[in-house]
Design a protein around this ligand. Structure first.
Ligand code: ADP
Ligand code: MG
Length: 246
């Protein structure tokens, strides 16, 4: 099997109403690569992820999804309020047809991974926003995704919670080496997590800059305060501003 999880060539998307959301997007993401996408609101980032997940279809070009198992995490944790944390996490393996005992075992392991083993019997409303997002991550982890899509997952959280969750995602990526595509408005979050950052223009979204991120291996919080990090953040931020002005 190829390691290439996503291969977009010249992908464009025009919605039936006539809005062109994406123009000429090329994107290749292999296992072991974590690609962040930053761009102005409405430039087509969520549309891009929908195509990558197989839920949406490009209207031009070619979008090949090589992944077998796709994880998809949104800003809203989308937990069922009447189910315990454990049962919420066990929902996804249910879709794969696993038996009840196996599902619970997978769910428990995933909760352990995100540091929530002690909260298995809680209901979603008894958790903080950051904890609910961890549950959402755990639920996708049970799928053992080879392609993991994130649509502004931490946008509603305070800055420190957001950084801690980013560190969690960086750790998961270092362990599991899936292919990641992460949409965010935060330049530092994009840089911290990624092996590559794509800057998109305003609608119709096209890729205006591709930044290869040189920091090797597992990230540590101090990375955010190095001059190399600052220089790359400035480049991405400048590119983003040009997209907003357009
Ligand atoms: P982003 O995630 O970057 O904010 P989206 O991908 O959500 O952008 O949307 C890009 C553009 O496509 C927007 O102008 C939006 O209004 C439009 N759009 C998104 N989804 C649909 C849809 N299902 N039908 C028609 N237009 C849509
Ligand atoms: Mg969006």
């Amino acid at each position: 099997m190829s390691d290439l999880m996503l291969d977009f060539r010249d992908v464009s998307l025009t919605y039936p109403g006539g809005t062109t959301a994406l123009a000429s997007v090329g994107l290749r993401v292999a296992r072991g690569e974590f690609v962040s996408v930053v761009g102005p609101s409405g430039c087509g980032k969520s549309s891009l992820l929908r195509i990558a997940s197989g839920l949406g279809t490009a209207t031009g070009g070619e979008a090949v999804v090589g992944a077998e198992r796709v994880g998809y995490v949104f800003q809203d944790a989308t937990l069922l309020p009447w189910l315990s944390v454990l049962d919420n996490v066990a929902l996804f393996p249910r879709l794969t047809g696993a038996g009840k005992a196996v599902r619970r075992e997978q769910a428990r392991a995933a909760l352990e991974t995100v540091g929530l083993a002690d909260f298995a019997t809680h209901l979603p409303h008894q958790l903080s926003g950051g904890m609910r997002m961890r549950v959402s991550l755990a639920r996708s982890l049970t799928l053992e995704p080879d392609l993991f899509l994130f649509d502004e997952p931490f946008g509603a959280l305070d800055e420190l919670t957001r950084e801690l969750l980013g560190e969690e995602v960086a750790r998961l990526f270092a362990e599991r080496r899936f292919a990641g595509v992460f949409v965010t408005h935060s330049v530092s979050e994009a840089l911290y997590l990624s092996t590559r950052v794509l800057v998109m223009s305003g609608r119709p979204g096209r890729i205006t800059d591709t930044v290869e991120v040189p920091f090797a291996g597992e990230r540590t919080p101090a990375l955010r305060f190095t001059p190399e990090f600052g220089a790359l953040a400035q480049r991405i931020s400048t590119g983003l501003r040009e997209g907003y002005a357009a």
